[in-house]
Ligand binder design. Structure first.
Ligand SMILES: [Zn+2]
Length: 568
């Protein structure tokens, strides 16, 4: 069904003569000649595949448009010229009559079907006064019925099948640690996407908190851009032609959209919202972007290979003059971030100009030597991959090494001379000339999910206190000191620590073993002696030594350990 909605000051129409022989009567609400004022004229062509479903869509659309333009007068105007696939006249007449019935709350006039007509109208000319529509029904318009209990139970069973097969993975795999510590889980209903449990999310949030602080002091401003963006934007950025296979798409009001696989286009639009001068540069916009990229389900694995992930992205808009300094700054932040986690940067790979490229030789020289010089000055071991750079700029990748001697690529810095061109980004230089900025795309964690997977295995789930979701476990020796122990627990909780209280009727040995599996940083034992002395007995995760100390002393020690981000 095709329609054209016209919001008119008036319409006058008159039937001239029959166009179809089969038309023999005029329906009660049809007029051979009429005039309507301040009305919504719905020109409509009923097509072959039209059914009750399409009629329903038509009615919904008319109601919505009438409400938007605030009119109660509807003129249903059969208009065959909208389609080359017209439906049978008999059915079309039935549908128009049915439409009139369904619109009974309005003043509906129906122009005659199957007649040559003359008409005169005046369209109001506001943005909603002319709307064309096409209503189709997909093959599968079967109305979904509620499942029976059995069917529902079967579906649930199917979704639960994705249980982790632990027989093939090592004890220190982050999926096993994650399960023991109740950090995260995965389910086949969302392939490659993480279900963050409270404790896992706690760690992720702490990683983000630290990242934000690091970026704040390094002159970044954090932004956030939408998840779903018009296909046109991806065509401009070039992702649509190169990366379409990897993108999830959706549609809305007959427009195509993609769920972002990268944050760049959003960042470009933010840059463009106001004119920029050399004084605004370098502009460092960082974004924790949730991105989705299609991966074959067979290659998905825990946090290491996912479909949905959080990129700790940033786009730095700078000039040729500030380029080197910006690269230096990114390398320094990267080194600082990894040293906080006691992770060594194993080596760096520098990919240089390929044969096919854009941009002037001057900028390529500048960019490559800047990258190289900084690496030399910082005495960082690097490998040059000659000719492996992207056509729009050279890139450096950081490779880290974990405790299991595996190397991983996390951080990258990608120089880009293409995107500023594609998005027509500009700034005004000192002389008032308009110039294109250079962009540096960069990530440090890379994907927070993947980083956390690697890191969890690197430390075997023994998170340092500042990240730990299991900081302190307060255990009672017996029931007589329960009150005293619960006061200790409450004080630690009120001081903001991740603390749990175990007053179960179990041996202290069992309680301690459970807490160790959960990798608690500190075990606090309370017995008769501690109560009498008004103290607590503590044992650090990596120590066999038990010390009896004052609660306040313990709290200040914990605070110190958290702010230093190192185990004390
Ligand atoms: Zn980017």
């Amino acid at each position: 069904m095709k329609t054209l909605n016209l919001h008119c000051d008036y319409i006058k129409f008159k039937a001239l003569k029959k166009a179809l022989k089969s038309i023999d009567e005029i329906a009660p609400n049809q007029k051979l000649e009429d005039e309507s004022k301040d009305c919504l004229v719905v020109m409509v062509a009923i097509e072959n595949e039209d059914s009750k479903e399409t009629l329903k869509k038509l009615i919904e659309d008319i109601k919505k448009t009438a409400a938007n333009v605030k009119t109660e007068n509807i003129v249903l105007y059969p208009y065959a010229h909208l389609s080359t696939n017209l439906g049978k006249p008999k059915i079309a007449v039935q549908m128009l009559n049915e439409a009139t019935k369904l619109l009974k709350k309005f003043n509906v006039i129906q122009a005659p079907f199957g007649y040559y007509k003359t008409f005169e109208l005046k369209v109001k000319g506001h943005p909603l006064s002319e709307l064309s529509r096409e209503f189709t029904v997909d093959g599968n318009t079967v109305i979904e019925e509620e499942l029976t209990d059995d069917e529902r139970s079967q579906l649930l069973h199917q979704l639960q099948k994705s249980k982790l097969d632990t027989s093939k993975i090592k004890e220190n795999d982050h999926r096993i640690i994650g399960r023991k510590m109740d950090l995260w889980s995965f389910n086949s209903s969302a392939p490659g996407m993480v279900f963050w449990h409270a404790k896992g999310l706690h760690i992720k949030n702490k990683l983000i908190e630290y990242w934000r602080e690091l970026h704040r002091i390094n002159g970044y401003s954090e932004i956030s851009t939408p998840q779903i963006l018009d296909k046109k934007l991806w065509e401009i950025s070039g992702h649509w032609s190169k990366f379409r296979e990897g993108m999830f798409t959706t549609e809305y009001e007959n427009r195509d959209f993609a769920i972002k696989p990268m944050n760049c286009p959003g960042g470009m639009l933010v840059y463009k919202t106001s004119p920029k001068s050399y004084r605004d540069l370098p502009l460092r916009l960082c974004e924790l972007g949730e991105v989705h990229r299609k991966e074959l389900s067979g290659v998905l694995g825990g946090l290491m290979r996912v479909i949905q992930f959080t990129q700790d992205d940033a786009h730095i808009f700078c000039t040729e003059e500030t380029l080197k300094n910006e690269i230096e700054k990114i390398i320094d932040i990267t080194i600082e971030l990894f040293s906080t986690f006691d992770i060594k940067i194993d080596h760096i790979e520098l990919s240089t100009r390929p044969k096919k490229r854009i941009g002037s030789k001057k900028i390529w020289d500048l960019a490559e030597t800047a990258l190289e010089e900084v690496l030399k000055e910082r005495k960082i071991k690097y490998i040059t991959n000659k000719g492996d750079g992207a056509f729009y700029g050279p890139k450096i990748d950081f490779h880290i090494k974990d405790s299991l001697n595996r190397t991983w690529q996390c951080s990258t810095i990608q120089l880009d001379m293409a995107l500023p061109e594609r998005f027509e980004l500009e700034y005004t230089d000192e002389k008032g000339n308009s110039k294109r900025p250079i962009i540096l795309h960069r990530v440090i964690y890379g994907s927070i999910e993947r980083f956390l997977g690697i890191y969890t295995e690197h430390i075997d789930g023994k998170f340092p206190l500042w990240l730990s979701p299991n900081q302190i476990n307060v255990m009672t020796m017996n029931d007589n000191i329960k009150n005293y122990a619960s006061k200790i627990y409450q004080k630690l909780f009120d001081a903001g620590f991740e603390v749990e209280f175990n007053d179960k009727n179990e041996s202290i040995g069992k309680k301690a073993r459970d807490a160790q599996i959960q990798r608690f940083n500190y075990l606090v034992t309370i017995g008769k002696k501690e109560k009498t002395e008004n103290k607590i007995a503590i044992r650090a995760r990596n120590s066999k030594e038990i010390t009896t100390i004052d609660l306040d002393e313990f709290i200040s020690k914990l605070k110190e350990e958290i702010s230093s981000k190192k185990d004390l």
